[in-house]
Design a protein. Structure first.
Length: 175
């Protein structure tokens, strides 16, 4: 498995899966920037180590049993977990997630954030995520940096962030 050589990976709001490809191939796509990356086009072309890493990542997100399913046969939450596995397959040191739960219903969104939090902690990965969902922020962030009008409004541990701090972040200023 790759060692997490000091790079970062981004996870986006949209899953960006190749819908007609197998789940395992979509996770192997996470290796496309590695030397010999053309082999990452499909899991059947990928080196054994990449396939094992992809299967391990799918096991981490509880989808190992869906490795041979087409991506378009999965629910939205399952597709998001495949995207998480693809992001984590290379064991980055930093994961940047842009509104990772925005396209999901509230229960699935909470489950995905809990999964991100657990996996990043378990693999010693720092996660930086953006969110407008203050419940996700409070439940899954160690530190909150709030921005308003292009400036940092506050930067503090989530445990010391108050409701008033969060309300100030979203208060619309009238002039």
């Amino acid at each position: 498995m790759p060692s997490g050589g000091g790079y970062s990976i981004k996870a986006f709001q949209k899953h960006c899966l190749v819908r007609r490809r197998r789940v395992l191939s979509n996770v192997v796509h996470g290796m496309l920037s590695e030397p010999g990356s053309w082999r990452g086009f499909a899991h059947c072309l990928a080196p054994d180590a990449w396939r094992r890493a992809a299967l391990d990542a799918l096991a981490d997100v509880n989808l190992a049993d869906r490795a041979n399913a087409r991506a378009d046969a999965l629910s939205g939450g399952q597709q998001q977990r495949v995207a998480i596995a693809r992001a984590l397959v290379r064991r980055p040191q930093l994961l940047i997630a842009d509104e990772p739960a925005a396209s999901l219903d509230p229960v699935s969104g909470h489950d995905v954030m809990a999964l991100f939090t657990r996996l990043c902690a378990g693999h010693d990965i720092t996660m930086l995520f953006t969110s407008h969902d203050m419940a996700h922020v409070r439940d899954h962030a160690d530190r909150i940096v709030a921005m308003k009008a292009g400036r940092i409004l506050f930067d503090k541990p989530s445990a010391t962030t108050t409701d008033a701090d969060l309300e100030e972040t979203f208060r619309v200023e009238t002039r």
